[in-house]
Design a protein around this ligand. Sequence first.
Ligand SMILES: C[S@@+](CC[C@H](N)C(=O)[O-])C[C@H]1O[C@@H](n2cnc3c(N)ncnc32)[C@H](O)[C@@H]1O
Length: 337
Amino acid sequence: MTNSAAAAVTPERIMQFAWGYVPPLVLEAAIRHHVFDVLDSGPKTVPQLSAETRTSERGLTAITNALVGLNFLAKDAHGVFSLTPESAAFLVSTKPGFQGGIIRHCSEQLIPKFLSLNQIVATGKPIEAVNQENTGGEFFHEFVTDIFPMSYPAALALARHLDLSSPIRVLDLAAGSGVWGIALAQSSPHVTVTAVDWPEVIPVTRNTAARFGLSDRFAFVEGDLLKADFGTGHTVATLGHILHSEGRERSRALLTNVFHALAPGGTIAIAEFLVNPDRTGPIGSLLFAVNMLVNTDEGDTFSFEEISAWLSEAGFTNARTLEAPGPSPLVLATKPN
Ligand SMILES: C[S@@+](CC[C@H](N)C(=O)[O-])C[C@H]1O[C@@H](n2cnc3c(N)ncnc32)[C@H](O)[C@@H]1O
C-alpha cells in the first residue's frame, strides 16, 4: 500500500458509529420529557426548560447541547435554545407531522431486542417475534398509532391517484390505525372500508376511524391475514407495511388471497421499505431488514422486482410504482378485467 492510500483511510467513521446508538436515545429522552413540545411556545434557557419539564438541569444541558450538535435544536450566544424548522414540523407531539412514534419505542421495545443481535445472527431466529398474534397484538396495539403520521401523506397521495368518483370498496389489510382506509375515505364520500387486523388491534382501528368521524363507512374483520374471511368484490386493497414482517412465503400466499378478494379491474397498493435488486441500498431499507431479522421469524425487505414477480404469479398485471412521501414509492398492480 502506498503512503497516500494509507493516509486516505481513517477510523473516523468507525469512531462515529461507536456512538451511533446515542442519537435516537437522546431524541427519545427529549420527546418523553416534552423538550420539543415546550420549545414550541418559544425559545428557552435550560433553567426555564427544567422548570417546565420538571427534569434536571444537568440532564437537560447534556441532551439539548447534543441536539444542537445534531441540528435538531439551535442555541444562541446567550444559551437560549429554539426549535429548528425540522424539529418544529416533526418532533412536536401536537403537530400533525409528528414522527416521534418510532423513536418513542427505542429504549423499551427496539434497542433491548437489538442487544441480542449477536445471538440472533448466530441462530437466524428472533428471541421474540412480533409477527405472531400473542406477542405482536400487544406490540402493535400502541405502535400503529405512533406510525400513523409515517403513512398518512402516502395514503393521501394514493387517494389523489385513484379515481374515487364512483363507489369504491377498500380492503385495508393489516389496517393497524386504519391510516390507509381513513385517508381514502376522507378523500371521497364514495369510499367504504373493510379493515382487517388481529383482534387485539381492531379496537385501535375502530377508535381511530371514529376519531376521524368515519365509523359509518368502516367494517371490521378480526383475524390472521391468511385465515380471515374478508369477502370478495373489493375495488382497492391496501397492504401498508405488512409484507416485510410476513416474509416471502406468507406474502406470496397473501397476494393470491388478495387477488381473489378483488373485483376484476381492482387495484392493489403496497407500501414497503423497498431495497434495490442488488440489496446494496437504500441504507434505510437495508437496516430495516436487520430489524425484521431481530423481530420476526421470516421477515425481510424486498425489491420492487421481487414484489412484482409475486404479483404476476398471483395473477396481477401492470405492476408499477407510484411516487409518494415516505421511505419508498408505493407498488401498485391491477387485477385484469
Ligand atoms: C407495521 S403495522 C402497519 C399498520 C398500517 N397498515 C400502516 O401502514 O400504518 C402492521 C400491522 O399488521 C398487523 N398484523 C401483523 N401480522 C398480522 C397477521 N398475521 N394477521 C393480521 N394482522 C397482522 C399488526 O397488528 C399491525 O396492525
